[in-house]
Structure formats: structure tokens, C-alpha cells
Design a protein around this ligand. Structure first.
Ligand SMILES: [Ca+2]
Length: 225
């Protein structure tokens, strides 16, 4: 059985179709939910892999880190406990799921999660818009629909990130705007000072020139009365 699973996993990885055999497939080792990856990629236009919900980028099947084949007896116990969490609100700590994957099962319960398998878009609705595991201001459900990492506060829809960051740092932005305004005002005043000083110097120069010319003309009159 494991040999067959390994062969399937290897074939999937080789073809670049990550998760085809294992999107959230912690129900049974042979469980297969490629619908979620297909849906997210089609909905978001982004390429995603199993790391959205699993510990391992390639999903739970295999013997790598966070995959079923590498689990200890204690981790298998935690896995089975997670599989038994049919109702919402139970603490779920599956060793093959990441924080978001565990949160899905904790929030919905496995029974409700399985209800969304036939229509993966319903998972985004079922998750609601309150949870935001990475605290970037974008709900986990939206990150699921957008194909962004719900556990990375630097990864999200660019416009939403910009909007949320502007709201989050509005005081800093306001202070920066005031600082820039004061700097521009200061530079303008300095420039005006230079202009006035230059005009004054030029006016003084003209006055001195006029005085010199008057003195010259006065001298000529005295020489030729
Ligand atoms: Ca988020």
C-alpha cells in the first residue's frame, strides 16, 4: 500500500502537480481532495501547493517532514485524534497540518469540512471573515480564496495589503506628511530669503552705481563750470 502511495506521490511531484493526491487528505492516507487546489488556482489565478494547509509542501503522503510516513507513535495518536474531531470547536493538533489546516478543522469540524469537498468555494464562506492567523488584516477565508499564504503577514492581495497597511500606519503616514509639509515650507522660506537677499544686494548695487555716476557728473561740472 505504501509503495503504491509513494509511487503516486513521486509521479505527481515529477509532473509538477503538487497536492493532486493529497490536498487536506488526512481523512485516510488514500484520501484525495485535489478539488481545493484546483478551485483556488482557478479562482485566484495563483499557483498554490499543499503548504497552504499542510506542514509539507507536497502534502501528507510520503516519509518526509510532516508526512505520514515519518510520524512517531505519539504523532500518529495526534493524527488520529484530529481525524476523530468531527464536530467544531475541538482542539486539533494534527502533525501533518499547519496552523491554518488545524484551524479549519477546529472551526468547522471534520464533518462540516467534508461537506465542502464537493464545492470547495463553500470552505471560504464557512470559515467566515473573523479569523486572521497572520494578523495582516486579511481574513483567512479571503486568503484561501485569493491563494495567498494565511500564515505569512507579508503575503496577500497587494491592494488589500496596501489598504490595510495605510490604515494600520495612518498615524505614521500623517506624521510623515506633516514632516514633508514642514520641510517643503522651510525650503520655500529659505528660497524666498535668498530671493529677497539677492534683490536687496542688486538694489544696493544700483544705488551705489547711481551715486557713483552722480558724483562723476558733479565732478565734471566743477571742472567745466
Ligand atoms: Ca491574513
Amino acid at each position: 500500500m505504501w509503495l503504491v502511495l509513494k509511487m503516486i506521490a513521486f509521479a505527481a511531484a515529477r509532473s509538477g502537480v503538487l497536492c493532486v493526491i493529497a490536498w487536506l487528505s488526512f481523512v485516510t492516507p488514500a484520501g484525495s481532495y485535489p478539488q481545493y487546489q484546483t478551485f483556488v488556482e482557478k479562482h485566484s489565478g495563483r499557483t498554490v501547493n499543499c503548504s497552504m494547509c499542510h506542514v509539507n509542501d507536497n502534502g501528507p503522503v510520503g516519509d518526509g517532514g510532516g508526512q505520514i510516513g515519518s510520524l512517531s507513535a505519539a504523532e500518529m495518536t495526534r493524527l488520529n485524534q484530529a481525524r476523530a474531531a468531527m464536530q467544531p470547536g475541538q482542539n486539533v493538533d494534527s502533525p501533518i497540518l499547519n496552523k491554518f489546516g488545524n484551524q479549519i478543522i477546529k472551526k468547522l469540524g471534520r464533518a462540516n469540512f467534508l461537506q465542502t469537498v464537493s464545492d470547495p468555494g463553500q470552505l471560504g464562506i464557512a470559515l467566515g471573515d473573523r479569523d486572521d492567523l497572520d494578523g495582516d488584516g486579511i481574513p483567512d477565508s479571503r486568503e484561501f480564496l485569493d491563494g495567498t499564504d494565511p500564515l505569512n503577514k507579508f503575503h496577500g492581495d497587494p491592494w488589500l495589503m496596501l489598504k490595510n497597511n495605510m490604515l494600520r500606519y495612518k498615524v505614521h503616514l500623517l506624521l510623515a506628511a506633516v514632516s514633508i509639509g514642514l520641510a517643503v515650507y522651510g525650503l520655500k522660506e529659505i528660497y524666498s530669503g535668498f530671493v529677497l537677499a539677492k534683490a536687496e544686494v542688486e538694489r544696493d548695487g544700483l544705488n551705489e552705481k547711481d551715486q557713483a555716476e552722480n558724483a562723476c557728473q558733479h565732478g565734471k561740472k566743477e571742472e567745466n563750470p
